[in-house]
Design a protein around this ligand. Structure first.
Ligand code: N01
Length: 540
């Protein structure tokens, strides 16, 4: 006989952990399935050298427990991956969450029938649950490029998103890194310090700004902790869910010298503050160009070889329209004797060989290859499971022409299936922990409402979904974002429908929308009463 739960949660990253905590608080039973051997999600898998958060530690943390946020001590301004993973473990232990988590267990499919989800795993489990909650993360399905010979490489090959737990020592090796996104930009400076030779294979340069990471002083941490309630409340109202020093005018409203001074001050402060200097950097190309040119100028001033500097300076997209990177010594690394930038636009990769990598012009002998080639973002982890909704329709079929959700929380035809920070919600355009808390709280409140109102099923209505999809697209079109070939649009995956996946309206606006929907009795959702209540209400 199958085990039965009120809910199955897929994933034990921050979203899965907090969801489990909330469900327990409601007295509901839940089983969490986690493919990894432990908690932490993204921070469990992405152990590449130099991995750290690009949101300040004091903001990239849970707010739901005052005790937790007061007792946890971050040591650096931007927390390194091992510390964030320790934090995830601390949360799991402190709230006694592990006993409901099945580790090393990947969910392979979920099917809805007779008001129940049957969830199957690669270990042969088949459990029943009224609700299925996807806490699968937005960047958790790593992507290897389709390069001829990729399986024939005789050296060691790694993907940044599935890094060996024991670490990798590149000392004395000839190393190739493919890709120059955030993962590459963080790992390259560290790998360069170890490797005998490092070749960076770049197809498209990215904008990156210095982190200026530093130890966290007790005074700074204390100032946050003494005002946590107010600062967290404010963060929840902001577009990104992150408190920055926000400029209040257009970049074009100030003289060029003043603008330069402003950007320079923010560059010195570190982090992605440069992008919050003016109000229109992501909506006006002309305004954006001023910030982009400032960063290109900084790259030219750091990188000594002018040809390399020109190759590293992005010109094919507006700054911020692809996720901006935050680095520690990235551009400086190209001044090292042992580092070579290989321009794949001039000579594309032809093949990976047993001995290394061949571009159109040169054969590179390599001992190790690092694929910093990204993820099938936002939809990849959902679609790799075989999810079948009511009427036997699969999610893959429904989203074949492009994903569709209502509020990024549910999709029509899949009753009682929720996604935490799903596509169509602010998710990757925000502080993920702020968005996770908001979604989990909304889902938990929704489940409590369903229980108290005798409702068996909740499902997004097609009309509400259509309107939301239209709104998400229209909001994106008001900005420069859709003009860049980014993973936000699925542009990194051959054949993936081109849809702008995150909701750009901002965390604050989105929260208000979700609260309003709930206050109106879950407007836009179809609610089905439990059979006995249905009969009673029909008789009345
Ligand atoms: O992946 P990416 P990522 N030949 O997709 C290149 C988050 N994150 O893992 O642009 C050659 O950004 C590809 O080139 P191109 C963050 O949200 C956060 O770095 O397609 N190159 C690109 O350069 C981030 O945005 C943090 O031309 C190929 C790279 O691989 C997201 O995760 C840290 C190729 C992929 O870049 C993903 O970042 C790390 C090919 N065939 C990640 N295929 C922080 O919090 C792909 N590429 C700091």
């Amino acid at each position: 006989m199958e085990e039965s739960f009120d809910a199955v949660i897929v994933g034990a990253g921050f979203a899965g952990l907090y969801m489990l905590h909330r469900l327990r608080g409601l007295g509901m039973t839940a089983r969490v399935f986690e493919a990894g051997a432990d908690v932490g999600g993204t921070w469990y898998w992405n152990r590449y050298p130099g991995a750290r958060c690009d949101i300040e530690s004091m903001q990239y943390s849970f707010s739901f427990s005052e005790e937790l946020q007061q007792e946890w001590e971050w040591t650096e301004r931007f927390a390194p991956q091992p510390e964030i993973l320790r934090y995830a473990n601390h949360v799991a232990d402190r709230f006694g969450l592990r006993s409901d988590i099945a580790f090393n267990t990947r969910v392979t499919g979920a099917a809805f029938d007779k008001a129940r989800w049957t969830v199957r795993t690669d270990r042969g489990d088949a459990v029943l649950a009224r609700f299925c909650i996807m806490a699968t993360g937005c960047l958790s399905t790593g992507r290897l490029p389709e390069i001829e010979g990729i399986d024939r490489f005789a050296g060691r090959a790694y993907h940044t998103g599935a890094w060996p737990h024991e670490g990798v020592d590149f000392t004395g090796q000839r190393v190739g890194v493919i890709g120059t996104g955030s993962s590459a930009i963080q790992s390259i400076p560290v790998i360069a310090q170890q490797a005998a030779q490092l070749f960076v294979f770049q197809r498209t340069p990215n904008f990156s700004v210095p982190a200026r990471n530093a130890p966290l002083t007790p005074d700074y941490a204390g100032s946050w902790k003494s005002e946590y309630a107010e600062r967290r409340r404010r963060a929840r109202t902001l577009r990104l869910g992150i408190i920055y020093d926000f400029g209040e005018t257009s970049a074009l409203a100030v003289p060029a010298e003043a603008r330069e001074r402003e950007y320079a001050a923010r560059w010195e402060t570190g982090g992605i503050n440069v992008l919050s200097a003016y109000t229109d950097l992501l909506t006006s190309k002309e305004a954006n160009d001023t910030a982009a040119e400032f960063v290109r100028g900084r790259i030219r001033s750091i990188v000594r070889d002018p040809v390399t500097a020109a190759l590293l300076a992005p010109t094919s997209h507006s700054i911020g329209t692809k996720r901006i990177c935050v680095d520690t010594g990235y551009f400086e690394t190209f001044n090292r004797e042992n580092v070579t930038l290989v321009d794949l636009q001039a000579a594309p990769i032809e093949a990976i060989t047993p001995d290394g990598l061949r571009t159109r012009d040169v054969e590179y002998a390599l001992d190790a290859l690092v694929f910093a080639t990204g993820f099938d973002a936002m939809t990849g982890s959902l679609l790799r499971m075989d999810i079948t909704g009511s009427g036997g329709r699969t999610l893959a079929d429904k989203w074949a022409a492009g994903l569709r959700t209502y509020l990024g929380l549910m999709t029509a035809g899949f009753p009682n299936l929720f996604t935490i920070t799903g596509p169509g919600s602010p998710s990757v355009l925000s502080n993920m922990i702020v968005s996770i808390e908001q979604h989990v709280d909304w889902i938990a409140d929704c489940l409590a409402y369903l229980r108290s109102h005798g409702i068996a099923e909740i499902e997004a209505s097609s009309a509400a979904e259509d309107a939301w999809v239209e709104h998400v697209n229209a909001a994106a079109e008001l900005t420069l974002y859709p003009q860049a070939n980014s993973w936000y649009l699925g542009a990194n995956i051959p054949g993936k429908p081109r849809v702008f996946m995150p909701y750009i309206g901002g965390v604050g606006v989105y929260r208000e929308t979700c609260e309003d929907v709930a206050a109106r009795g879950y407007a836009g959702f179809d609610l089905t009463l439990r059979p006995r209540l249905r009969e009673r209400s029909a008789a009345e």
